[in-house]
Structures are given as C-alpha cells and as structure tokens.
Write a protein that binds this ligand. Structure first.
Ligand SMILES: Nc1nc2c(ncn2[C@@H]2O[C@H](COP(=O)(O)OP(=O)(O)OP(=O)(O)O)[C@@H](O)[C@H]2O)c(=O)[nH]1
Ligand SMILES: [Mg+2]
Length: 381
C-alpha cells in the first residue's frame, strides 16, 4: 500500500503543501482590494441600534422548518451549475478516475494502487483513503466483482456515504419563536464575512428576519465589509467603532435580537488576533456574553474552512472545537481548488455536519450541502 507515494515522493498530498505560498499572496492581494474598495458606511441602512429592519416582518415569526427554503430549481440544472463550479476538481480528480477505469479490463492490485494515488492527491487524506479502499476491496471480494466499472460505482457510493451521516443532518435546526444565533468562527481570510452575507440572503429569501452583529472589531474595515453585506440584503447590522470590545458589540446586538424578536442572528468574529490564545479567549468570552442574554445561544458555532488550505483545515477545526465547541462546518472556495476531495476528509475526520459549501464570491454562490448533489456534480458526465 502507498507504493505510488514511495515512487513519487514529490507528490504533494495536501493543498497546504501545494499552494500555501500562492494562496497567501492571493489572499493578501484580495484583502488589499477589499480594504480599498469598502468605504465606511456609517450612514447606510442597518447601522443604528434603533432602526427597524426592512425585512423584519411579524408574519415570519411562526414559520416552520425547513430553516432555509430557497426556491429549488430543477435538480439536474442545479447539478450542472454545481459541476461547473467544481470544474477544477472534476478536471483533476474525476477525469483521472474516468481515464483510469477506461484503460482497465480487470480489477487488480495496480488499479487499487493508482486509485489510491488519485484519492490522496485530491486531499481525501491517507487514512480516509485507505479505509475507503479497504472497504472497497472487501466488497469486491464479497460480491465477486470483476469489472472495473463495478468498482467505480462502489467508490462513488463510498464517497457519498463518507460525506453523509443520518445522525448529522446538514440543515440548521432553526426553531421558530426565538432568535437562532449563529456564531461564525474561523482563521483569517477563510470567508467568514462573505459566508455570513450569503447565508443571510438565504434566510431573507425564505422570509426570516435576520440581524447581523459585527464582532470583528480587530481588523480595520471588517465592520464596513459586513455592513456592505447588510445593505445587499437590506438587513440591519449592529456595530461599534473599530477596536471596540467585541463582547460589548455582541451584548448590544443580542439585546436588540431578543427585544425585537429576530428569527436569525449571524455574528461575525475576528479571524486573527495578536496570538491564537487571545483569539480563542475572545471567542469564549463572546459565547459567555451571548448565553447571558439567551441561555441556549449560540445555537450554532459555524466553523468556516477554506477548502484550498487542505489538511490545515482539519487542525484548525480541532483547535476551534476545543475552544468553543464547533457544531457545523461551512467549506468555502471549492470553486478555486482541484482538491474538492477535502470534503470527504473533513467529514470523516471531524464527524461534524457540513452545512454549506461556498462555490464563488457572489451572494448566491453558497449551497446548502447535499452529499448526493455533490457526488452527482463531481461525476456529472
Ligand atoms: N472563490 C471564492 N472566494 C471566496 C469564497 N468565499 C469567500 N471568498 C473570498 O475570500 C476572501 C476572504 O473572504 P472574507 O469573507 O473577507 O474572509 P474572512 O474570513 O471574513 O476574513 P477575515 O475577516 O480577515 O478573517 C474574499 O475575497 C472573498 O470574496 C468562495 O466560496 N469562493
Ligand atoms: Mg471577516
């Protein structure tokens, strides 16, 4: 096993090793672009504590689940669109699998060896890949499979079941009658603020009243970036000046959320402080402040992971989970990576539900995660 890895020692097995330098440079450029392009929006709607939100309609208060009920287009066109967004992974991962199976007449050790290389290179992770292939070998034996095409179907099914878990449904369990508070965490640049803007859009579209709280007071322009998403969604943003105590902003925001009876509250947090310990302590404090006003809050601690960072995302999850108890994952930038297999690795390693996937920078470029849809899009002919 892993003979191919010994043969080709230079093959990067994680996105981190592969593209971290380039990624950091792109991110720095993006950040400059963002900071330059975002004027302070102090006088824009959604800025003052007393303002009533445009979308805060009383008749939404008692609506039932599902939490987000975006209009569903035909599923085949959804899969086609998703497939386009996943084109980089499809080109490197799915096409390689297709080629491999096309060129083989029998299921043999060499086929398994080459399959292993493809799976690991797509960031599925060595341990997860080996587990997956072990199960496949057993099934080939048990069902006496001999045609490579049959093995391909087994692999597809296994990939799907690795990212599906009936005990971890991906939908957010929003209940009517009380604000559902989502605290969004993650390291800097992963897409927290953008993901908040996109999630807000989904809730607004499904008739929920949404409040944003700008608790990233650390980075200059972070608040104005969130306010822009507030404007795009025509919803209110609770904020204070840069450098304010994030817990104080959250305290004010939660008071508004409870008194006005918002359905959903999305809290943006900083991705970077002077030290990692500072960041985790600040997040813990924010959590305590929320719970003082609403004992069950936060209902969701959503960790945002950048798919292009590969294995590093898993260690981030472990650290955030230890500090603040993560309850769901949003995996962003799947459009920008050839290593969409990371979703399988994250799902198997972390045992946390993947709630959303980000497939672009625009407001509608977020999908509620659906394992079948994802696998269908990857293997879409
Ligand atoms: N291609 C692509 N870009 C994304 C996606 N999600 C976010 N981005 C981009 O990633 C960059 C960083 O996004 P932010 O939302 O500012 O990230 P953040 O985690 O809030 O960053 P900090 O506040 O600095 O910690 C921006 O340029 C976003 O447009 C996605 O799904 N696909
Ligand atoms: Mg941000």
């Amino acid at each position: 096993m892993l003979g191919w890895l010994k043969r080709k020692k230079q093959i990067p097995v994680t996105g981190q090793e592969n593209n971290s330098g380039q990624q950091a440079a792109t991110m720095a450029q993006r950040r400059e672009d963002l900071d330059a392009g975002h004027p302070d929006t102090a006088d824009t709607p959604g800025n003052t504590l007393s303002q009533t939100p445009a979308s805060h309609a009383a008749d939404t208060a008692g609506s039932e689940e599902p939490a987000i009920n975006t209009p569903k287009a035909e599923s085949s066109s959804i899969i086609k669109r998703l497939a386009e967004r996943l084109s980089r992974t499809r080109e490197s991962f799915t096409s390689r699998i297709d080629e491999l199976f096309l060129g083989k007449k029998i299921i043999d050790a060499e086929l398994f060896d080459e399959l292993e290389e493809i799976l690991v290179t797509a960031d599925i992770g060595i341990a997860t890949t080996q587990e997956l292939l072990e199960q496949a070998r057993r099934q080939v034996k048990r069902d006496a499979l001999s045609k490579p095409g049959e093995l391909k179907e087994v692999i597809k099914k296994q990939l799907k079941s690795a990212i599906t878990s009936p005990d971890r449904p991906s939908g957010l369990p929003v209940q009517p009658g009380s604000p559902f508070v989502i605290m969004v965490v993650g390291v800097n640049g992963v897409g927290k603020t953008t993901t908040i803007g996109k999630i807000a859009k989904k809730f607004v579209d499904s008739g929920r009243s949404v409040l944003l709280i700008a608790a990233d007071t650390f980075r200059a322009a972070a608040t104005s970036q969130l306010k822009i998403w507030g404007e795009r969604n025509n919803i209110r943003v609770i904020s204070q000046h840069d450098g304010a105590d994030p817990s104080a902003v959250v305290f004010d925001g939660m008071a508004v959320a409870v008194s006005k009876g918002y359905d959903v509250v999305l809290v943006d947090t900083a991705g970077r402080l002077h030290t990692k310990a500072n960041l985790m302590e600040e997040l813990k404090k924010i959590k305590r402040v929320m719970a003082k006003q609403l004992p069950e809050a936060p209902h969701e601690v959503l960790l945002v992971i950048d798919a292009t960072t590969g294995q590093n995302g898993i260690s981030q999850a472990i650290q955030f989970n230890e500090a603040v108890g993560v309850s769901g994952i949003a995996l962003t930038k799947l459009d920008g990576t050839a290593k969409g297999g990371i979703i399988v690795n994250i799902s198997s390693e972390l045992k946390l539900p993947i709630r959303f996937i980000g497939v672009g920078e625009q407001i509608d470029d977020l999908r509620e995660f659906d394992a079948q849809e994802y696998i269908d899009a990857l293997f879409e002919p």
